[in-house]
Design a protein around this ligand. Sequence first.
Ligand SMILES: [Fe+2]
Ligand SMILES: [Fe+2]
Length: 296
Amino acid sequence: MSKIFICGDPHGRFEHIVSTIDEFHPDAVVILGDLTPEFSLDEIFKNRGNTEVFWIPGNHDTDSDLIFDRLWRSRFSSHNLHGRVLDVCSVKVAGLGGVFRGQIWMPPGRPNYVSPTSFIHKIGKSGMWRGGLPRRHRSTIFPNLYERLGNMKATVLVTHEAPSVHPKGFKAIDDLANKLGVKYIFHAHQHQSRVYGQVGGVAIRGVGLRGIVDLEGNVIVPAQMDPRELEEEVVIVKEKKPSLENEVKFHKPPVPKKSRMSLRRKSKWLKNKRHRTGGQKPIHRSRPPVFVPEGE
Ligand SMILES: [Fe+2]
Ligand SMILES: [Fe+2]
């Protein structure tokens, strides 16, 4: 099988992909969306040797006009796998980029709009971007594209959204994989490196943030931790591990619960108590007298 590397969300960083190309000379790399490049892909991959570069868009790749143009207006726009099956170094690879958005279609619910045309018809000219679909929805999965892709055949399915094995995944991705008859699914978007193994005869792999794996799922470049998860972890660590100040407190000998009362304090306490009870010793120190109603 061809040496094809699958790359998780780069989010603006491509050094690891370029250096992997230089070191391993794969036949192709496929980038799973959220590229958000700071330069045109032409600039980033100008010295890529014989390695082909393919990609699908992620939800963040339509965040700005600049990001959009660095992808769709580069020479690599023809290597966008979204909504089609391409022969990638003798392997049939199907691509489904973008995400499901409730305004259009949130499976398993019914779609609000079937195609970009029906949505444009609804929003009219004023809502258009560059004479067509609003930029944000250039990374939205439309039902007609999804259906069309499902009528094709492929060996590998690459998606930005996750299939249902992931807690935030979609059964619609499983169904698409079954229709395509693929043996492998690689997904991104969740920023988690996950090995799901064989699920219904399909090997599923989640490629983490800036991670790179091969078609067998072997790690070429380990994924990075999502900064959002890092923040969560710091919060947990702060809660669990005491600070230096707390540690000092922790190592102090514990204060006994029942400390002995000083003689002076005790005599004062007794004096007050006698005053409360009229000089009499209380009969019931802890229990109140039992009330017996008359006639019983
Ligand atoms: Fe994403
Ligand atoms: Fe992402």
